[in-house]
Design a protein around this ligand. Structure first.
Ligand code: SF4
Length: 370
Protein backbone atom coordinates (compact mmCIF):
# COMPACT_ATOMS: atom_id res chain seq x y z
CA UNK A 1 0.00 0.00 0.00
CA UNK A 2 2.82 2.35 0.93
CA UNK A 3 4.34 1.72 -2.55
CA UNK A 4 1.14 2.78 -4.30
CA UNK A 5 1.15 6.04 -2.42
CA UNK A 6 4.79 6.75 -3.21
CA UNK A 7 4.07 6.34 -6.92
CA UNK A 8 1.13 8.73 -6.72
CA UNK A 9 3.16 11.29 -4.86
CA UNK A 10 5.81 11.37 -7.53
CA UNK A 11 3.36 11.74 -10.36
CA UNK A 12 0.20 13.57 -9.53
CA UNK A 13 0.13 15.13 -6.11
CA UNK A 14 -0.16 18.83 -5.44
CA UNK A 15 0.99 20.50 -2.26
CA UNK A 16 -1.57 22.03 0.08
CA UNK A 17 -1.71 25.79 0.07
CA UNK A 18 -2.08 27.21 3.54
CA UNK A 19 -4.92 29.61 4.26
CA UNK A 20 -6.16 30.77 7.58
CA UNK A 21 -9.39 28.91 8.28
CA UNK A 22 -11.45 30.28 11.09
CA UNK A 23 -14.08 28.04 12.50
CA UNK A 24 -17.32 29.88 11.81
CA UNK A 25 -19.49 27.29 13.53
CA UNK A 26 -18.93 28.52 17.06
CA UNK A 27 -18.74 31.77 18.89
CA UNK A 28 -14.99 32.26 19.25
CA UNK A 29 -15.30 33.67 22.80
CA UNK A 30 -11.75 34.82 22.40
CA UNK A 31 -11.68 36.51 25.76
CA UNK A 32 -12.44 33.31 27.62
CA UNK A 33 -9.40 32.46 29.67
CA UNK A 34 -7.49 29.39 28.59
CA UNK A 35 -7.52 28.11 32.13
CA UNK A 36 -11.33 28.14 32.19
CA UNK A 37 -13.60 25.18 31.75
CA UNK A 38 -14.17 24.24 28.16
CA UNK A 39 -17.78 24.16 27.02
CA UNK A 40 -17.30 20.96 25.11
CA UNK A 41 -14.68 19.03 26.92
CA UNK A 42 -15.04 20.71 30.18
CA UNK A 43 -11.56 21.17 31.39
CA UNK A 44 -9.00 23.91 31.52
CA UNK A 45 -6.46 23.71 28.78
CA UNK A 46 -3.68 23.80 31.29
CA UNK A 47 -4.91 20.73 33.09
CA UNK A 48 -3.43 17.44 32.00
CA UNK A 49 -5.62 14.60 30.90
CA UNK A 50 -4.48 12.57 33.91
CA UNK A 51 -6.06 15.11 36.26
CA UNK A 52 -9.49 14.60 34.79
CA UNK A 53 -10.90 11.23 33.85
CA UNK A 54 -14.34 12.25 32.80
CA UNK A 55 -15.89 11.78 29.40
CA UNK A 56 -15.49 14.16 26.56
CA UNK A 57 -18.86 15.41 25.40
CA UNK A 58 -17.76 16.32 21.93
CA UNK A 59 -14.89 16.15 19.54
CA UNK A 60 -13.64 19.65 19.92
CA UNK A 61 -10.44 21.43 20.74
CA UNK A 62 -10.56 25.01 21.90
CA UNK A 63 -13.03 27.77 21.19
CA UNK A 64 -11.31 29.30 18.26
CA UNK A 65 -9.15 26.69 16.53
CA UNK A 66 -6.82 27.42 13.65
CA UNK A 67 -7.28 24.72 11.03
CA UNK A 68 -4.07 23.78 9.28
CA UNK A 69 -4.73 21.77 6.15
CA UNK A 70 -2.23 18.94 6.27
CA UNK A 71 -3.05 17.45 2.85
CA UNK A 72 -5.25 14.45 2.21
CA UNK A 73 -2.86 11.52 2.04
CA UNK A 74 -4.24 8.24 3.31
CA UNK A 75 -3.04 4.72 2.66
CA UNK A 76 -6.50 3.33 3.40
CA UNK A 77 -9.01 1.96 0.92
CA UNK A 78 -12.08 1.72 3.13
CA UNK A 79 -15.16 0.82 1.11
CA UNK A 80 -17.28 3.47 2.80
CA UNK A 81 -14.85 6.37 2.35
CA UNK A 82 -16.45 9.36 0.66
CA UNK A 83 -13.56 11.77 1.13
CA UNK A 84 -11.21 12.99 -1.57
CA UNK A 85 -7.84 11.41 -0.91
CA UNK A 86 -4.30 11.36 -2.12
CA UNK A 87 -4.40 14.51 -4.20
CA UNK A 88 -2.68 16.93 -1.80
CA UNK A 89 0.59 16.52 0.01
CA UNK A 90 1.15 18.28 3.33
CA UNK A 91 2.81 21.68 3.10
CA UNK A 92 6.51 21.91 3.91
CA UNK A 93 7.29 22.16 7.63
CA UNK A 94 8.73 25.64 7.13
CA UNK A 95 5.46 26.78 5.56
CA UNK A 96 3.44 25.38 8.43
CA UNK A 97 5.61 27.15 10.97
CA UNK A 98 5.37 30.43 9.03
CA UNK A 99 1.62 29.97 8.93
CA UNK A 100 1.48 29.41 12.69
CA UNK A 101 3.66 32.46 13.31
CA UNK A 102 1.40 34.54 11.11
CA UNK A 103 -2.01 33.40 12.39
CA UNK A 104 -1.49 31.24 15.45
CA UNK A 105 -1.56 34.11 17.94
CA UNK A 106 -5.22 34.83 17.06
CA UNK A 107 -6.31 31.29 17.94
CA UNK A 108 -6.44 29.28 21.12
CA UNK A 109 -5.96 25.85 19.55
CA UNK A 110 -4.82 24.13 16.37
CA UNK A 111 -6.34 21.36 14.28
CA UNK A 112 -3.97 19.57 11.91
CA UNK A 113 -6.54 18.58 9.31
CA UNK A 114 -5.66 15.36 7.51
CA UNK A 115 -7.67 12.18 6.94
CA UNK A 116 -4.83 10.36 8.63
CA UNK A 117 -1.94 12.13 10.30
CA UNK A 118 1.07 9.89 9.57
CA UNK A 119 2.44 9.65 13.11
CA UNK A 120 5.74 7.77 13.23
CA UNK A 121 6.87 8.75 9.72
CA UNK A 122 9.95 10.95 9.45
CA UNK A 123 7.83 13.79 8.04
CA UNK A 124 5.47 13.74 11.03
CA UNK A 125 8.32 13.34 13.53
CA UNK A 126 10.18 16.32 12.07
CA UNK A 127 7.05 18.45 12.19
CA UNK A 128 6.28 17.53 15.80
CA UNK A 129 9.90 18.20 16.84
CA UNK A 130 9.79 21.64 15.20
CA UNK A 131 6.48 22.42 16.89
CA UNK A 132 7.99 21.42 20.25
CA UNK A 133 10.71 24.02 19.69
CA UNK A 134 8.20 26.69 18.58
CA UNK A 135 6.06 29.03 20.72
CA UNK A 136 3.07 26.82 19.79
CA UNK A 137 4.15 23.72 21.68
CA UNK A 138 1.71 24.33 24.51
CA UNK A 139 -1.24 25.29 22.29
CA UNK A 140 -3.77 22.40 22.39
CA UNK A 141 -3.97 20.44 19.13
CA UNK A 142 -6.16 17.83 17.58
CA UNK A 143 -5.25 15.13 15.06
CA UNK A 144 -7.23 12.54 13.14
CA UNK A 145 -5.46 9.24 12.54
CA UNK A 146 -5.80 5.66 11.44
CA UNK A 147 -5.35 3.31 14.39
CA UNK A 148 -2.40 1.58 12.75
CA UNK A 149 -0.33 4.77 13.14
CA UNK A 150 -0.70 4.61 16.90
CA UNK A 151 1.23 1.44 17.65
CA UNK A 152 4.11 3.24 19.35
CA UNK A 153 3.67 4.88 22.72
CA UNK A 154 6.86 6.87 22.16
CA UNK A 155 5.49 8.64 19.09
CA UNK A 156 2.27 9.39 20.95
CA UNK A 157 4.31 10.86 23.79
CA UNK A 158 6.10 13.01 21.23
CA UNK A 159 2.72 14.19 19.95
CA UNK A 160 1.70 15.03 23.52
CA UNK A 161 4.88 17.05 23.95
CA UNK A 162 3.91 18.97 20.81
CA UNK A 163 0.58 19.87 22.43
CA UNK A 164 -1.67 17.17 20.97
CA UNK A 165 -4.64 16.77 23.33
CA UNK A 166 -7.14 14.86 21.19
CA UNK A 167 -6.69 12.17 18.55
CA UNK A 168 -9.76 11.05 16.68
CA UNK A 169 -9.57 7.48 15.32
CA UNK A 170 -11.59 5.75 12.64
CA UNK A 171 -12.12 2.67 14.80
CA UNK A 172 -15.36 1.67 12.98
CA UNK A 173 -15.81 -1.70 14.73
CA UNK A 174 -14.33 -4.00 17.35
CA UNK A 175 -15.09 -7.10 15.29
CA UNK A 176 -12.35 -8.51 13.06
CA UNK A 177 -14.65 -9.77 10.29
CA UNK A 178 -16.38 -6.40 10.03
CA UNK A 179 -13.08 -4.54 9.77
CA UNK A 180 -12.03 -6.93 7.02
CA UNK A 181 -15.18 -6.58 4.97
CA UNK A 182 -14.96 -2.78 5.32
CA UNK A 183 -11.42 -3.09 3.96
CA UNK A 184 -10.34 -0.90 6.86
CA UNK A 185 -6.83 -2.32 6.82
CA UNK A 186 -6.67 -2.33 10.62
CA UNK A 187 -7.29 -5.06 13.16
CA UNK A 188 -9.18 -5.12 16.44
CA UNK A 189 -5.84 -5.45 18.23
CA UNK A 190 -4.55 -2.32 16.46
CA UNK A 191 -7.69 -0.47 17.54
CA UNK A 192 -7.17 -1.56 21.14
CA UNK A 193 -3.46 -0.76 21.10
CA UNK A 194 -4.15 2.68 19.61
CA UNK A 195 -6.69 3.53 22.31
CA UNK A 196 -4.56 2.11 25.15
CA UNK A 197 -1.45 3.93 23.94
CA UNK A 198 -3.31 7.19 23.46
CA UNK A 199 -4.68 7.10 26.99
CA UNK A 200 -1.23 6.11 28.32
CA UNK A 201 0.26 9.13 26.53
CA UNK A 202 -2.25 11.36 28.32
CA UNK A 203 -4.08 12.20 25.07
CA UNK A 204 -7.83 11.91 24.75
CA UNK A 205 -8.95 9.44 22.07
CA UNK A 206 -12.06 9.87 19.96
CA UNK A 207 -13.76 6.69 18.77
CA UNK A 208 -15.51 6.98 15.43
CA UNK A 209 -17.75 3.96 14.92
CA UNK A 210 -20.11 2.78 12.23
CA UNK A 211 -23.08 1.18 13.90
CA UNK A 212 -25.08 -1.22 11.71
CA UNK A 213 -22.85 -1.86 8.72
CA UNK A 214 -24.53 -4.23 6.24
CA UNK A 215 -22.60 -7.15 7.76
CA UNK A 216 -23.37 -6.49 11.41
CA UNK A 217 -25.53 -8.73 13.52
CA UNK A 218 -26.99 -8.31 17.00
CA UNK A 219 -23.87 -9.96 18.42
CA UNK A 220 -21.30 -7.88 16.52
CA UNK A 221 -23.17 -4.68 17.37
CA UNK A 222 -23.17 -5.65 21.05
CA UNK A 223 -19.45 -6.50 21.00
CA UNK A 224 -18.57 -3.18 19.37
CA UNK A 225 -20.73 -1.08 21.70
CA UNK A 226 -19.47 -2.78 24.86
CA UNK A 227 -15.81 -2.41 23.90
CA UNK A 228 -16.34 1.22 22.94
CA UNK A 229 -18.01 1.90 26.30
CA UNK A 230 -14.97 0.44 28.11
CA UNK A 231 -12.94 3.24 26.57
CA UNK A 232 -15.59 5.91 27.06
CA UNK A 233 -15.38 5.10 30.77
CA UNK A 234 -11.64 5.69 30.55
CA UNK A 235 -12.13 9.12 29.02
CA UNK A 236 -12.58 8.52 25.28
CA UNK A 237 -15.49 10.12 23.46
CA UNK A 238 -17.82 8.41 21.06
CA UNK A 239 -18.86 9.55 17.63
CA UNK A 240 -21.26 7.09 16.01
CA UNK A 241 -22.40 7.07 12.40
CA UNK A 242 -25.56 5.07 12.00
CA UNK A 243 -25.56 2.91 8.86
CA UNK A 244 -22.89 2.78 6.22
CA UNK A 245 -22.78 5.11 3.27
CA UNK A 246 -22.08 3.42 -0.03
CA UNK A 247 -19.51 5.01 -2.27
CA UNK A 248 -20.82 4.41 -5.80
CA UNK A 249 -17.26 4.49 -7.13
CA UNK A 250 -16.30 1.39 -5.15
CA UNK A 251 -17.17 -2.11 -6.28
CA UNK A 252 -19.16 -3.69 -3.52
CA UNK A 253 -21.21 -6.82 -2.90
CA UNK A 254 -24.47 -6.30 -4.86
CA UNK A 255 -26.45 -7.87 -2.04
CA UNK A 256 -25.98 -4.84 0.17
CA UNK A 257 -27.02 -2.28 -2.42
CA UNK A 258 -30.34 -0.62 -1.79
CA UNK A 259 -31.96 2.21 -3.72
CA UNK A 260 -34.48 4.90 -2.84
CA UNK A 261 -36.67 6.58 -5.42
CA UNK A 262 -36.76 10.29 -4.72
CA UNK A 263 -39.47 12.46 -6.19
CA UNK A 264 -40.19 16.12 -5.56
CA UNK A 265 -43.04 18.09 -7.20
CA UNK A 266 -41.79 19.59 -10.45
CA UNK A 267 -39.41 16.74 -11.29
CA UNK A 268 -40.05 14.99 -14.62
CA UNK A 269 -39.49 11.60 -13.06
CA UNK A 270 -38.23 10.18 -9.82
CA UNK A 271 -34.53 9.83 -9.20
CA UNK A 272 -33.00 6.51 -8.12
CA UNK A 273 -30.46 7.10 -5.40
CA UNK A 274 -28.18 4.62 -3.72
CA UNK A 275 -29.11 4.54 -0.06
CA UNK A 276 -27.15 3.30 2.91
CA UNK A 277 -26.00 -0.32 2.75
CA UNK A 278 -28.66 -2.95 3.36
CA UNK A 279 -28.27 -5.02 6.55
CA UNK A 280 -27.89 -8.67 5.60
CA UNK A 281 -28.66 -10.26 8.96
CA UNK A 282 -32.46 -10.87 8.95
CA UNK A 283 -32.96 -10.22 12.67
CA UNK A 284 -31.00 -6.97 12.84
CA UNK A 285 -32.63 -5.88 9.59
CA UNK A 286 -36.06 -6.52 11.10
CA UNK A 287 -35.21 -4.63 14.29
CA UNK A 288 -33.61 -1.62 12.65
CA UNK A 289 -36.80 0.44 12.15
CA UNK A 290 -37.67 -0.11 15.83
CA UNK A 291 -34.15 0.99 16.84
CA UNK A 292 -34.59 4.21 14.86
CA UNK A 293 -38.01 4.75 16.47
CA UNK A 294 -36.63 4.04 19.92
CA UNK A 295 -33.80 6.54 19.31
CA UNK A 296 -36.30 9.27 18.39
CA UNK A 297 -38.37 8.56 21.49
CA UNK A 298 -35.38 8.43 23.83
CA UNK A 299 -33.94 11.60 22.34
CA UNK A 300 -37.08 13.49 23.37
CA UNK A 301 -36.40 12.55 26.98
CA UNK A 302 -33.27 14.71 27.07
CA UNK A 303 -33.00 18.45 26.90
CA UNK A 304 -32.43 19.24 23.23
CA UNK A 305 -29.00 20.86 23.61
CA UNK A 306 -27.74 17.71 25.30
CA UNK A 307 -29.41 15.23 22.98
CA UNK A 308 -28.04 17.02 19.94
CA UNK A 309 -24.45 16.87 21.20
CA UNK A 310 -22.82 14.20 19.09
CA UNK A 311 -21.30 12.19 21.91
CA UNK A 312 -24.60 12.04 23.78
CA UNK A 313 -26.65 11.20 20.72
CA UNK A 314 -24.11 8.42 20.04
CA UNK A 315 -24.79 7.03 23.50
CA UNK A 316 -28.54 7.32 22.93
CA UNK A 317 -28.16 5.15 19.81
CA UNK A 318 -26.45 2.50 21.93
CA UNK A 319 -29.26 2.70 24.46
CA UNK A 320 -31.92 2.47 21.72
CA UNK A 321 -30.30 -0.74 20.48
CA UNK A 322 -30.59 -2.41 23.91
CA UNK A 323 -34.09 -1.04 24.55
CA UNK A 324 -35.30 -2.77 21.39
CA UNK A 325 -33.55 -6.00 22.40
CA UNK A 326 -35.47 -5.85 25.67
CA UNK A 327 -38.75 -5.37 23.82
CA UNK A 328 -37.87 -8.29 21.57
CA UNK A 329 -36.54 -10.79 24.07
CA UNK A 330 -37.85 -9.58 27.42
CA UNK A 331 -35.98 -7.94 30.27
CA UNK A 332 -33.02 -9.84 31.63
CA UNK A 333 -30.23 -8.91 34.04
CA UNK A 334 -27.61 -8.59 31.35
CA UNK A 335 -29.57 -6.18 29.15
CA UNK A 336 -30.71 -4.24 32.19
CA UNK A 337 -27.13 -3.72 33.39
CA UNK A 338 -26.02 -2.65 29.89
CA UNK A 339 -28.73 0.01 29.81
CA UNK A 340 -27.88 1.11 33.34
CA UNK A 341 -24.25 1.49 32.31
CA UNK A 342 -25.21 3.73 29.36
CA UNK A 343 -27.53 5.76 31.59
CA UNK A 344 -24.68 6.36 34.04
CA UNK A 345 -22.37 7.52 31.25
CA UNK A 346 -25.01 9.82 29.71
CA UNK A 347 -25.74 11.33 33.13
CA UNK A 348 -22.05 12.01 33.70
CA UNK A 349 -21.78 13.70 30.31
CA UNK A 350 -24.83 15.84 31.04
CA UNK A 351 -23.51 16.84 34.46
CA UNK A 352 -20.26 17.93 32.86
CA UNK A 353 -22.08 19.95 30.24
CA UNK A 354 -24.21 21.60 32.91
CA UNK A 355 -21.08 22.56 34.82
CA UNK A 356 -19.69 24.08 31.63
CA UNK A 357 -22.93 26.01 31.10
CA UNK A 358 -22.87 27.35 34.65
CA UNK A 359 -19.26 28.37 34.25
CA UNK A 360 -20.02 30.27 31.05
CA UNK A 361 -23.09 31.94 32.50
CA UNK A 362 -21.01 32.97 35.53
CA UNK A 363 -18.53 34.75 33.27
CA UNK A 364 -21.32 36.40 31.26
CA UNK A 365 -21.17 34.13 28.20
CA UNK A 366 -23.91 32.38 26.26
CA UNK A 367 -23.43 28.62 26.40
CA UNK A 368 -23.62 26.80 23.12
CA UNK A 369 -22.90 23.18 22.38
CA UNK A 370 -21.42 21.96 19.16
S1 SF4 B 1 -8.75 5.66 6.70
FE1 SF4 B 1 -10.26 7.29 6.62
S2 SF4 B 1 -9.61 8.64 4.96
FE2 SF4 B 1 -8.48 6.72 4.75
S3 SF4 B 1 -9.69 5.52 3.33
FE3 SF4 B 1 -10.36 4.94 5.36
S4 SF4 B 1 -12.10 6.31 5.81
FE4 SF4 B 1 -11.00 7.17 4.05
Amino acid sequence: MACNIAICINNTFKTTELKEIKDEGIDPREDMPLVGIDITHRRGYVEGYSRWKGMLPQERIGHNPLSVDYGNLCKGKCIFCMGKRNTLRPPAIKEILNHLNLHGYKHDSIILEAPSFPLGTSEATNLLNEIILSPFASVPKKLTMRADYAGSLNYLRLAKKAGVEIISYGIESFVEEILQVLNKGTTVQQNITALDNTIAADIRPGINLILFTPWDTITTTDVTIQKALDYVEKGAYLNISVGMDINPAIKIDEKVLEYNDIYEPGMLSSLRMLSQGKILDPLLRKLLPSIHKSFSELEKGYQSEFASARSISSLIWCKAFYMVLIKESGMNDELFSKIERINRIINTCIMEMEESMLFLVAIGKVPRFT
